[in-house]
Ligand binder design. Structure first.
Ligand code: SF4
Ligand code: SF4
Length: 918
């Protein structure tokens, strides 16, 4: 440590703030400040030498009053940016009139003042009651000065991964560099963009060097190829007064203006923002020779719009002609090797973007107050039995999700501090704002083959089979509409039976028509008077409307085949789409062999219908066992697809994560984890029943034992109570039984409820770093309803070994408790003989049934993590012969880092970064 230089530099200064990207809350100071103080202390010791030999040679001699006051700032927590406004606040803090806080955090809030999020308000009030000084831990960011060079142009792009935003941003910057000789800095907000996920890109063009190196808070131009941007972000944030905002839309300017939220219209008017609209999708669709390129080329149209709407051409005293020559040169250099067609397609798209971008003039529109809605916790996170504390999903929802859901940075919280999230938090994420298309079901074409729900990567299109009666009762239960359905409820059974009969009789009858005919047949038979008939008809109309759009099909495997086996047993298959998790990848449409799914644009009507159908789906009972485990493929759909008909198995991954849309890895992982879940659930149910039997038996045995010495005559005469003799042997035996009962009750509680409220998880997973760890843990969303951990790139097999051994230690305690209980119940227990064996029990001595109850530990990673850098860990696991399941997600390239060749790729295989094969 350069103690001599530091002491010399700081001598005589009045205040010094040391900013460190580290936090050691229990240390006396952060690490660098400790060093600096030590250097200054040595300098003071030298100063006390009073002309004699100094104790610390080379370090200046200082008086005590030459040592400055020190202030310590911690920044970068949770990867938050350090902004110029934070530096200003850190200096202001030291100045006369400043707060003079000696230790503080920058860039993170502990309390968000003035928040309008009700959940957060309540949470903060609770926190402040216990920790009144909480908000003083951080320094509020000062008004941020714009540190970009004078005359620079700062651009922000809001797009969706896979739509060519990064290419557009780079081309924009490179054209400015090559054509105008400008300094450029261009980068995406995060590293790799995930297909189908919102993405942000920044570019600065300037004549002078660009020294600022943080997220831009001042921009001059915002380009938004993402038409849904207002649903999840604030694209006007930081846009200069009078700045340019171009948004994708198929609407004409006036219609676009009317479609904007009222607060956005006000902001645009008040800040004199220049609003433009461009239908870049239409341009790309018409111009792309390759249909696959239509999304990517949309970005090129925005490049044209940028040159038209920004003042760059004028400020650089250039011309439209020169700019297009420069752009052509750029594209030829970049895409020339892909052929002239690609270059020409792009140039036409850019030209049309330039020509067809339209100015939107604010007009007077009747403004309505926009009512905010209080977000509701998703049912998967609403677990009433969950213990308080860091694993509580409700607390995570209130403290983190309600804030992140609005696109805001979260406040400081213990979850981020320990890098932990409760299970299945992906359930809070709503993808409706980032997709453009959704699948639509065509009931009459569906054969119930199961391909859609098996292959959807996002668990977004579950198949569910219900009896007609369950469907009608549920539709009645969710159709409130101010009615109590007192007339309709008593005839629901008859209505269902009649509908079932009609469906069986006429295979060509559509399900909605069968509901209507079934009702009419029952109503006609009832002999109601006209008033009652009219009242019941009114109730029926409401339920019919509720079911009209619900995606229901009568299919061979679930209706006809089951009816043939069991009259009246046939069920109707529903294919509802989860409006929150569907990413609009269209994979289900592509794999449906019968054309029973088609892609439609997601407009407000389509979204509302999805939401209504999903609300009904959430209330429907689970698929009954008689529809599951269909193993005869001629008769049914195969074991795997039918296992997924159970709601819990299907939701063994909940979606809402950060994976690309259509991610093939996720389909594979979903099938693996749902199979594990489906095999574990019946075993657990059987085991809980066994525990109940043991508890009941031992409890009776203990009571019998206790009463065994009672004097029956005395008991008959006794008033209120009777003494029961308990000798030492009996007491010991009673204690043994009650201790065992306690163990069994605790074990039962862990299986059915446990600290998380949902019972014991079906499995656990250790994940090596790679695509699968990135998409599964993009804060604050994870898709797994079981314990999951990620550690460095190559480590998952080693972590899995540790988890396995720890878990098996606990399982050995559980198995011992059950074996002990069985011995006690049989009267065969002998402490001297059995206890040493029970206490030393290891998993290697488990029976097959006992082992089958142990939730499997899975070690998962990509081909790079498992076969290349991590192979030594995997080989260690293989050599250990521990029964740990290993999943290698072999994509034959390093997908997360751009597509380098890897060991599992074929010789000669071309990858993005191995253009001539490996
Ligand atoms: S469009 Fe994609 S995400 Fe949506 S239901 Fe179909 S397969 Fe699943
Ligand atoms: S893939 Fe098509 S036919 Fe098969 S169950 Fe799904 S919607 Fe029906």
């Amino acid at each position: 440590f350069p103690a001599d230089l530091v002491a010399g530099m700081l001598a005589g200064k009045r205040g010094v703030v040391v900013l460190e990207r580290t936090d050691q809350p229990l240390a006396v100071d952060a690490p660098m400040l400790r060093e600096i103080r030590a250097a200054m202390a040595k300098a003071v010791e030298n100063g006390r030498a009073l002309g004699g030999p100094v104790p610390h040679a080379g370090i200046p001699a200082l008086r005590g009053d030459q040592v400055p006051d020190f202030f310590s700032g911690c920044f970068g927590l949770g990867s938050r940016d350090l902004q110029p406004g934070d530096l200003v606040a850190a200096v202001d803090n030291m100045l006369p009139g400043g707060a003079h806080r000696r230790q503080f955090y920058l860039g993170v809030e502990f309390v968000r003042e003035g928040t309008r999020i009700p959940k957060l308000q309540i949470w903060q009030e609770k926190l402040l009651e216990s920790y009144p000084h909480l908000k003083e831990l951080s320094l509020a960011r000062a008004e941020a000065p714009n540190l970009l060079p004078e005359g620079s142009t700062a651009v922000r792009i809001h797009s969706v991964g896979g739509w060519g935003a990064i290419t557009m941003g780079k081309n924009l910057a490179m054209t400015a560099f090559e054509l105008f000789g400008l300094q450029i800095k261009a980068n995406p907000k995060y590293g790799s963009e995930k297909k189908g996920q919102p993405t942000t890109f920044y570019a600065v063009l300037a004549h002078d060097p660009i020294l600022l190196n943080c997220e831009l808070k001042h921009v001059d131009v915002v380009l938004s190829p993402d038409p849904n941007v207002f649903r999840h972000s604030d694209p006007l944030d930081g846009l200069a007064d009078g700045g340019v905002f171009v948004i994708q839309s198929e609407l004409a300017p006036e219609a676009l203006w009317r479609s904007l939220p009222s607060r956005v219209r006000s902001a645009i008017r008040d800040r004199h923002i220049q609003l433009f609209v461009l239908d870049a999708f239409a341009i790309a669709r018409e111009e792309a020779s390759d249909v696959e390129m239509r999304y990517r080329m949309q970005g090129a149209a925005f490049l044209g719009a940028f040159f038209r709407t920004s003042s760059l051409i004028t400020s650089e005293q250039s011309t439209e002609k020169k700019v297009f020559e420069g752009v052509r040169k750029q594209f030829q250099k970049k895409f020339g090797h892909r052929g002239e067609t690609v270059v020409e397609d792009n140039l036409r798209v850019i030209r049309r973007g330039f020509d067809q971008v339209l100015a939107v003039k604010p007009i007077v529109v009747e403004e309505h107050d926009e009512l905010g809605t209080v977000p509701r916790i998703p049912s998967l996170l609403d677990v009433p039995g969950a213990e308080d504390g860091i694993g509580n999903p409700g607390r995570f929802w209130e403290q983190v999700c309600t804030v992140c859901g609005l696109g805001q940075d979260g406040i400081a919280d213990p979850f981020a501090a320990i890098s932990a999230m409760p299970a299945a938090t992906g359930a809070v994420r709503d993808m409706s704002g980032v997709r453009l298309e959704v699948p639509r079901f065509i009931a009459e074409k569906c054969t119930g083959c199961g391909q859609c729900w098996t292959q959807c990567p996002d668990s977004a299109i579950p198949g569910l089979v219900n009896s007609v009666e369950d469907l009608l009762s549920t539709a009645i239960a969710v159709s409130t509409n101010g009615m109590t359905f007192d007339r309709l409820k008593p005839v629901t059974k008859h209505w269902a039976r009649e509908t079932q009969r009609l469906l069986t009789k006429d295979p060509s009858l559509a399900v909605p028509a069968a509901f209507a005919a079934g009702y009419t047949a029952v109503a006609d038979k009832m002999g109601w008077d006209a008033v009652r008939r009219a009242e019941t008809d009114r109730e029926f109309a409401v339920v019919r409307e509720r079911l009209a759009a619900f995606p229901l099909a009568r299919t061979k495997p679930f209706f006809d085949a089951v009816e043939a086996r069991e009259k009246g047993g046939g069920g109707l298959l529903s294919i509802a789409v989860n409006p929150e998790t569907c990413k609009g990848c269209n994979l289900c449409v592509a794999v449906c062999p019968d054309g029973a799914l088609e892609t439609i644009r997601q407009d407000e009507t389509a979204l509302l219908e999805l939401r209504r159908n999903w609300a009904l789906w959430e209330h429907l009972p689970d698929t009954a066992d008689r529809f599951v485990n269909v193993s005869d493929v001629d008769e049914g759909i195969g074991v795997l697809s039918s296992l997924l008909l159970k709601k819990d198995s299907y939701r063994s991954m909940v979606g809402g994560d950060g994976a690309c849309m259509g991610c093939g890895e996720k389909t594979a992982v979903h099938l693996i984890v749902s199979s594990i879940h489906a095999s574990m659930q019946p075993r657990v149910a059987k085991h809980v029943a066994k525990l109940d039997g043991l508890i009941e038996g031992l409890d009776a045995q203990a009571r019998e034992l206790l009463a065994s010495g009672a004097d029956l005559d005395a008991a008959v005469k006794a008033k209120g109570s009777v003494a029961v003799p308990v000798d030492a042997a009996k007491q010991e035996r009673l204690k043994r039984i009650t201790d065992t009962l306690d163990d069994l009750r605790d074990l039962r509680w862990r299986y059915v409820e446990g600290p998380g409220g949902n019972g014991r998880a079906s499995m656990g997973m250790a994940n090596s770093t790679g695509c699968s760890s990135v998409w599964a843990s993009t804060w604050p969303y994870n898709p797994y309803p079981f314990p999951w951990v990620n550690h460095l790139f190559q480590d998952s097999p080693s972590i899995a070994i540790g988890l396995f051994e720890a878990q098996m230690r606990k399982m050995a305690d559980n198995v011992s408790a059950v074996r002990r209980a069985e011995l006690l119940q049989q009267g065969a227990y002998d402490a001297a003989t059995h206890e040493p064996l029970l206490r030393a029990l290891t998993w290697q001595q488990f029976t097959d049934d006992e082992f089958a109850l142990c939730p499997p530990i899975v070690s998962m990673g990509g081909d790079g993590a498992m076969l290349d850098i991590g192979f030594q860990n995997l080989s260690r696991l293989l050599a250990s012969v521990k029964p740990i399941k290993v999943v290698v997600l072999d994509t034959q390239v390093y997908s997360n880092t751009g597509g380098q060749a890897c060991t599992s790729g074929y010789t000669g295989q071309v990858a993005d970064m191995a253009a001539y094969g490996k």
